[in-house]
Design a protein around this ligand. Structure first.
Ligand SMILES: Nc1ncnc2c1ncn2[C@@H]1O[C@H](COP(=O)(O)OP(=O)(O)OP(=O)(O)O)[C@@H](O)[C@H]1O
Ligand SMILES: [Mg+2]
Length: 379
């Protein structure tokens, strides 16, 4: 029955769409045979359709690859799973292949499973995340040193300016005030940097993300985001996030502030906050075989001009800023906090649409009994 003709895809609109996709897409039957392969899949497997029709997935991908488990699971549950950073390296595929996989049951044929392979993407983003983390670590030592070496002399300078102010002329008082204000600004900067040197384990509990977002929105509305339209797209049934509430507030304050600054001069300025449940999202833990489930997705979107091209790769690094009075520490802090929580942050930006998306672990009953037990996070 499984002659080549099974695989010679008819020239339907669907096939044309699948061929237009710049990702390999294959349909696999219960024996592991290829039932369909789009053009990119032919390239990926370095084989034409008629050849693929006579082979099985096992001939290309090592038998112990997690891909087979995923396909089985999807067929059994008739579900859909995305899995990032899956290693399907094999000599047959030309060496190292770390890919993202989107595996889905086919609605009208329970035997068939569709696999879409994505080559670049989140896998790279994860690597970049790790770089952010190491960048944050570099700041750690510096932060501790700064806090110590700058705060003390600074309070001396400020005190002296205050003293001078009491006997100064009005004209000079403008200058003493300037000294005080600038000293305060430096103290604030040092305070922000100090967060990076804090390496204590975070205290986490079940946090209601919507109450965090409400709080941040209120702060914004009365300050940096005054007059800007902020819309909400919440999933009210979302389970709590396993996090430190104060740190989450920090995260969303920074993201909302950046968004507000990005749309400041726009007429139709709009910021969108959304929450969603994404049960299929799993991530491998670098250096181990463990997989973590990060089912909660929070995002902050704006319709500003987008992240400037020249800093796009580095926005999560400390001191990267395009703002005259920016410190460039906002997103570095956000990345550190999200990373400390075992989550992931990614940014997608083009003129008129920028979105910062955060994936986080959900809270589970078992965390309450043993806060250090994260095995429940494993999917
Ligand atoms: N929503 C956004 N739209 C466009 N660009 C953004 C957005 N968010 C961040 N950026 C860019 O990333 C840079 C770094 O952001 P980050 O929050 O780390 O620092 P900052 O906002 O410049 O300074 P600070 O947060 O200390 O006030 C910004 O200067 C800006 O160029
Ligand atoms: Mg900022």
């Amino acid at each position: 029955m499984s002659s080549h003709s099974d695989l010679v895809a008819p020239d339907t609109p669907e096939t044309r769409i699948l061929n237009a996709l710049s990702h390999p897409v294959v349909v696999i039957d219960p024996e592991g045979r290829f039932r369909f392969a789009n053009s990119d899949a032919e390239q990926f497997f370095s084989a034409g359709m008629s050849y693929l029709a006579k082979r099985r997935l096992q001939d290309f991908v090592p038998g112990d690859s997690p891909l087979f488990g995923l396909i089985e699971q999807v067929r059994r549950e008739q579900s859909r799973i995305s899995e990032y950073r899956v290693d399907i390296s094999s000599p047959r595929l030309g060496g190292e292949r770390i890919v993202d996989l989107y595996v889905s049951a086919l609605a009208d044929d329970p035997d068939l499973v569709v696999v879409m392979i994505q080559l670049r993407s989140i896998a790279e983003k994860m690597d970049r995340q790790l770089t952010h983390r190491s960048a944050a670590r570099t700041v750690t030592g510096l932060a501790a040193m700064l806090a110590h070496e700058i705060r003390n002399p600074l309070s001396g300078i400020k005190g002296a300016a205050q003293l001078l102010a009491s006997s100064a002329s009005d004209e000079d008082r403008t200058l003493t005030r300037l000294i005080q204000e600038e000293s305060d600004r430096i103290v604030k900067l040092v305070d922000r940097m100090e967060v990076f040197s804090d390496q204590r384990p975070i205290e986490r509990s079940a946090v209601n993300i919507h109450s965090v977002l409400e709080h941040v929105k209120t702060l914004g509305r009365n300050g940096f985001a005054r007059g800007i339209k902020v819309t909400e797209l919440y999933d009210p049934s979302l389970p709590p996030v396993y996090a430190n509430r104060d740190q989450l507030v920090q995260v969303f304050l920074n993201l909302l502030k950046n968004a507000a600054e990005a749309v400041r001069d726009k007429e139709d300025a709009e910021i969108k906050l959304s929450t969603a449940f994404k049960p299929g999202v799993r991530l491998s833990v670098p250096g181990s075989k463990d997989r973590v489930t990060l089912p909660l997705e929070f995002s902050v979107e704006d319709n500003g001009d987008g992240v400037p091209d020249d800093i796009r790769e580095n926005i999560f690094d400390p001191f990267v800023t395009t703002k005259p009075s920016g410190s460039g520490l906002g997103l570095a802090l956000v990345a550190k906090i999200v990373g400390d929580h075992g989550g992931v942050i990614e940014c997608e930006s083009q003129p008129g649409h920028t979105v910062f998306r955060i994936l986080m672990p959900a809270w589970r009953e078992s965390f309450a009994e043993d806060p250090n037990d994260t095995s429940g996070m494993q999917g």
